[in-house]
Design a protein around this ligand. Structure first.
Ligand code: TMP
Length: 228
């Protein structure tokens, strides 16, 4: 199904765990090595998926229920996979994606209480065979992550209002942290947990040591989509 030449790395974790920062640091380092990099994010990453992103993160779909939101995340993911990720991998790029299928398993599946078979069926359709080769799970106590996410929003002069998912209770965020760690336990070959509490440069070093041995033979072209 997938003519695999590139490398697909996803970054997962709760709010404020530093995914975007770490993706940027890794992309910069790989670019300096001449690696062909695509940086992208979910929900979003393709024009169609970016349109759905706004509907999801504004909370406009919340009134229609968690199943509806899960289907919208899946629709966005499928567009992103087929329009952006699969072609990039086929061209031999290293794709760095800020959130992917594990976020749906955790946010809609575990804390959204959707039944596992529904989540599995959506996942199969959404990714259509494009599974991450490596998933970096950035791990941080939920309270610390939320504090960081809030101060980042203020520093960026964004609205102080948290998005649809950030505004949920602290214990929901802690459940998500546990759910990401459970996935890592279940899929140790794909997932690597990285302690996100230290200095960004130290965390970046750890991530580089995980990704570097996986790198395919590459060319030197850098692309970006979204703002991950
Ligand atoms: P972010 O851009 O700050 O990571 O925001 C994305 C939000 O969307 C975050 O709160 C997690 C949530 N989300 C889901 O609930 N399910 C998903 O499948 C994805 C990709 C994100």
């Amino acid at each position: 199904m997938r003519s695999k030449q590139g490398l697909f790395v996803t970054f997962e974790g709760g709010e404020g765990t530093g995914k975007s920062t770490q993706i940027r640091l890794l992309a910069d380092r790989l670019r300096r090595k001449g690696v062909d990099i695509l940086v992208t994010r979910e929900p979003g990453g393709s024009p169609g998926a970016e349109a759905v992103r706004h509907v999801l993160l504004s909370g406009a779909a919340e009134q229609f229920g968690t199943r509806m939101e899960a289907v919208l995340f899946a629709a966005a993911r499928n567009d992103h996979v087929e329009e952006i990720i699969r072609p990039a991998l086929a061209s031999g790029a290293v794709v760095l994606c800020d959130r992917f299928l594990d976020s749906t398993r955790v946010y809609q599946g575990v804390t959204g209480n959707l039944e596992p078979s529904f989540i599995q069926n959506l996942e199969r359709v959404a990714i259509n065979g494009v599974m991450p080769d490596c998933t970096i799970i950035l791990d941080l106590p939920a309270a610390e992550g939320l504090r960081r996410a809030k101060s980042r929003a203020q520093a960026e002069a964004q609205t102080a209002e948290p998005d649809r998912f950030e505004k949920e209770e602290l214990d929901t965020h802690e459940k998500r942290r546990e759910a990401f760690l459970d996935i890592a336990d279940q899929e140790p070959l794909r997932c690597r947990v990285v302690d996100a509490s230290g200095a960004p440069e130290m965390i970046a070093e750890k991530i580089f040591s995980i990704v570097e041995p996986l790198l395919p033979i590459h060319s030197s072209r850098v692309k970006e989509t979204g703002s991950a």
